[in-house]
Design a protein around this ligand. Structure first.
Ligand code: ATP
Ligand code: MG
Length: 431
C-alpha cells in the first residue's frame, strides 16, 4: 500500500513552491538559445529502440546498461529517450528539414531516462536543455555553440565552472588511434572490467570513459588522441580554439575527454565544476558528423550539447546564487459577504491583467482564517472587502511586511493604482 505514495528511486518531484527556480533557469536558457537563432523542437518521450541503439551507439554504457526498454502491447520494442539528440536527428530526417535551409538549428528541453545508480547529481529521470545544429562542418559553428553554453552559465551566475575541450578526430585518424589503444590496453587485458574487455575490440576509445577506478587509472597512461589527428582534424581544432580565443572564452585542452556517446567526431567539450562533488559535468557536447548517415540519411555534419538542469540547479544552490521568486502573490483580497465576493472577482480580473498574481478565498473561510492563509502564502498585500468598503467604494490595501495601509478607490483605476504602489514598494525594483 505504501508503494503508491512513494516515488520511484532516482526520480524527483518539483513542488509548486520550488518550480520558479526551474522556470528561472529554463527561461534564461530559452532566451539565450533564441538570441543565437535556435528554435525549440519537441519530440516524443519514447522512440523505437533501434533509433537509440544506432544513434547513441551499441558500445556505450547508455545502450548496454542504462536504457528503459519495453515491448508494447502491439509487440514493438520502444525505449524512453536516454538523451535528446537521437530523437531530434530522427525528426530532422523524417521531416526533411534540410529543405528549409542549412544549418538547421534547434534547441530542446527533455526529460531523460537512464537506469543508473542513483546518487547526488545522478538520477534515473533527469532533465536536459540541449542544442542541435545540422548541416555545417565549419569550426565557427563549434565555437558558436560553446559560446552559447558559456553565456547561459554566465547569465545564471555560475562561477568556478571550467571548460575542457578536445578533438577526437574523424574515422580516418581514429583508426590509427584505436590501433594504438588496442596495443596499449591489450597489455592489461586481464585487469580490465568485463565490459571493457569486450569494448577493446569494438570501440577501444570507450575504455577512456570507463567509470571503474582501475580502468580509469590505466587510462591515464594511454596514448593521447591529439598525437594521432590527421591534418584536417588538427586544423579544424585549431580554428575552433582561434574563435574561442577571439570570443574571450577560456578553456583547457584535455586529451582524455572522449564523451560517453558513440557518435562524436572532432570537437568534444565539457563544462565542469568542483562545487557539487563527483558528478561535476554540467554540460557536455561536441560534433557528431557521422550521426545522420548512421541513421540512414545523407552526410550531414552536425553538432550540439546538452546541459543537465538538475546539476545546474545544484551548482546554483551550492554557490548560494539567489533566484528571484517571481511566484509571490501580490494581492490577497479577503472578503466578507456575498456582495464583496462578487466585487472581488471584478477587481481581481483587472489586477491579473496587469500581470500581477492576485488571489481571493475560494474555500469559504471566515475573515481570520482568510488572513492567516494570506500570511501563509506570503502575500505582499492584503485587502479586506466587506459591506462597508462596497458602500464607500474604497478599501485599504495593506503592505503585509510594513503594515502600511493605502486607501484606493474601487473603480476602474484600482488595478493600475495598485500596480504602481506594488512596483514602488517592491524591493527588487531598482532603477
Ligand atoms: P556522466 O559522465 O556524468 O555520466 P554523460 O556523459 O553520461 O555524463 P551526457 O549523456 O553527455 O552525460 O548528458 C549531458 C548532461 O546531462 C551531463 O553533462 C549531465 O549534466 C546530465 N546528466 C547525464 N546523466 C545524468 C543523470 N543520470 N542524472 C542527472 N544528470 C545527468
Ligand atoms: Mg553517463
Amino acid at each position: 500500500m505504501a508503494l503508491i505514495t512513494k516515488k520511484i528511486k532516482g526520480t524527483e518531484d518539483v513542488l509548486p513552491k520550488q518550480s520558479y527556480r526551474w522556470q528561472f533557469v529554463e527561461n534564461i536558457m530559452r532566451e539565450e538559445a533564441r538570441s543565437y537563432g535556435f528554435k525549440e523542437i519537441r519530440t516524443p518521450v519514447f522512440e523505437h529502440t533501434e533509433l537509440f541503439a544506432r544513434g547513441v551507439g551499441q558500445t556505450t554504457d547508455v545502450v548496454q546498461k542504462e536504457m528503459y526498454t519495453f515491448d508494447t502491447k502491439g509487440g514493438e520494442s520502444v525505449t524512453l529517450r536516454p538523451e535528446g539528440t537521437a530523437g531530434a536527428a530522427r525528426a530532422v530526417l523524417e521531416h526533411a528539414l534540410e529543405n528549409e535551409g542549412l544549418p538547421i538549428k534547434a534547441s530542446y528541453f527533455v526529460s531523460c531516462y537512464r537506469y543508473e545508480k542513483p546518487q547526488a547529481g545522478r538520477l534515473r529521470e533527469f532533465h536536459q536543455f540541449g542544442i542541435e545544429e545540422y548541416g555545417t562542418q565549419s569550426p565557427a559553428a563549434d565555437a558558436e555553440i560553446i559560446c552559447l553554453a558559456q553565456s547561459v552559465l554566465d547569465r545564471l551566475g555560475l562561477s568556478q565552472v571550467h571548460l575542457e575541450i578536445n578533438s577526437i578526430g574523424c574515422p580516418a585518424c581514429r583508426a590509427k588511434y584505436n590501433q594504438a589503444l588496442r596495443e596499449y590496453f591489450g597489455q592489461y587485458k586481464d585487469k580490465l572490467c568485463n565490459t571493457c574487455q569486450t569494448r577493446l575490440e569494438k570501440n577501444p576509445m570507450r575504455l577512456l570513459d570507463c567509470k571503474s577506478p582501475e580502468d580509469h587509472k590505466l587510462a591515464e597512461g594511454a596514448p593521447k588522441i591529439t598525437d594521432y589527428l590527421c591534418e584536417e582534424c588538427e586544423n579544424h581544432f585549431a580554428e575552433v580554439r582561434k574563435y574561442l580565443d577571439a570570443a574571450g572564452v577560456e578553456y583547457i585542452v584535455n586529451p582524455s575527454i572522449v564523451r560517453g556517446l558513440d557518435y562524436y567526431t572532432k570537437t568534444v567539450f565539457e563544462f565542469i565544476t568542483d562545487s557539487i562533488g563527483a558528478q561535476g559535468t554540467v554540460c557536455g557536447g561536441g560534433r557528431y558528423d557521422g550521426l545522420i548517415e548512421e541513421l540512414g540519411g545523407k552526410h550531414m555534419p552536425s553538432l550540439g550539447f546538452a546541459m543537465g538542469l538538475e546539476r545546474v540547479l545544484m551548482v546554483m544552490d551550492a554557490q548560494g546564487i539567489e533566484i528571484p521568486d517571481t511566484d509571490k502573490t501580490a494581492l490577497y483580497i479577503a472578503t466578507m459577504g456575498d456582495a464583496a465576493k462578487v466585487k472581488a472577482f471584478t477587481l481581481l480580473r483587472n489586477v491579473r491583467q496587469c500581470g500581477l498574481i492576485a488571489e481571493t478565498d475560494v474555500v469559504g473561510r471566515g475573515l481570520r482564517a482568510q488572513m492567516k492563509y494570506a500570511d501563509k502564502i506570503g502575500a505582499q498585500y492584503s485587502m479586506v472587502l466587506g459591506d462597508n468598503e462596497i458602500e464607500t467604494n474604497t478599501a485599504k490595501v495593506k503592505n503585509m511586511e510594513t503594515g502600511a495601509q493605502t486607501e484606493l478607490a474601487l473603480d476602474e483605476s484600482f488595478a493600475d493604482k495598485f500596480a504602481v504602489l506594488q512596483l514602488a514598494d517592491d524591493q527588487s525594483f531598482e532603477i
